[in-house]
Design a binder for this molecule. Sequence first.
Ligand SMILES: C[S@@+](CC[C@H](N)C(=O)[O-])C[C@H]1O[C@@H](n2cnc3c(N)ncnc32)[C@H](O)[C@@H]1O
Length: 366
Amino acid sequence: MGKYYCQFIFHICQFSKLYLSLDTIISGFFFMKVVSLFAGCGGLDLGLVQAGHQIVLATDFDKDCKVTYDNNFDHELLLKDVKDLKGEELPEYDILTGGFPCQGFSIANLYRDVKDERNELYLEIVRLLNETKPKFFLAENVPGILSLGKGEVVKQIMKEFSEIGLEDDFPGYEVKKYKLNAADYGVPQGRKRVIFFGVSKEFSPDAINEVFKVFPPEPTHSNDPDDNLEPYVTLRKTIGHLPEPYTKQGEKIKNHFGTKHKVKINGYMGNRKLSWDKPGPTIVGRGGGTGGPVIAVHPNCERRFTVRETAIIQSFPDDFEFYGSTSSQFRQIGNAVAVEFARHLGLALKKIETIVKAELFEINAN
Ligand SMILES: C[S@@+](CC[C@H](N)C(=O)[O-])C[C@H]1O[C@@H](n2cnc3c(N)ncnc32)[C@H](O)[C@@H]1O
């Protein structure tokens, strides 16, 4: 019976001209249903979809993000303030994700403030987790969150995440946090991010132990030859081939335009000379105070990066198109989780799904 089943799958793959490895076929059966809060233009969501997961609900309150999102995904983004979103509105799902707003936390924001009300939006994640209690959650933020309020803020966030559901006879979540660098996963950019990952304690301690053996994913790239990994991906490799914007060739490329802000190399953020042979700088969504996003200088030192170049440095595919004003497009891209980094997180989630599948059937049956 098993033999015929395998042959059947093999023939389907051949028929559809999908020459997939056995690993890919098997892991194709294991995916998570994702509810994505603060989905933005969809960097995290795209990586998860590329890894084979299904977004069952994506939501954000930014109109430009919605236009970008809807034009690039098969499903639509729900335009809504997270504060108005009720647990009962969420479809059945496995994992809640949320790159909660980071302006109040970011070191790019010189005016960061513990009391900034944007810092409290993680409480909406806590509320929705309390209302729906999925098996997993993954929240993302900037490293600045670790030092905010001398570390008290992140302590409080970890405490709130760890206490979810405890008032309702729910065993709660095993929660860990990690500081990861997107460059270690093949993103052409030094981009450190804090990932909070929670696993329901409905799973056995053994299963939870196994889960944390595959999460976070192992780095695939390194600058240290002793690590025996691929070298960091450079700017030359990713954007070196692009024609200059505002030329006949350049105009054929989507979103290949930028700001007219003059270039001055003075060593400050956004005004540094970049090397072609290193990963790019962190692409940011906003600078300090109320100004627009800080766009770094192209390695040719003659102009700043275009929207398309920042998108490529964030590993968005070339056909992913951005909408809204130029500064809105830069903001959407700078706010996003780098797609390739998200794909690696998604691949780890696939492994996790295979680890917990048997227990999942049991938990759901009870
Ligand atoms: C850091 S970005 C998330 C980026 C996204 N994870 C990605 O990978 O593209 C934070 C997002 O939260 C959204 N946001 C901020 N406050 C919100 C609110 N009250 N309700 C819904 N969305 C909100 C912003 O519009 C922004 O798109």
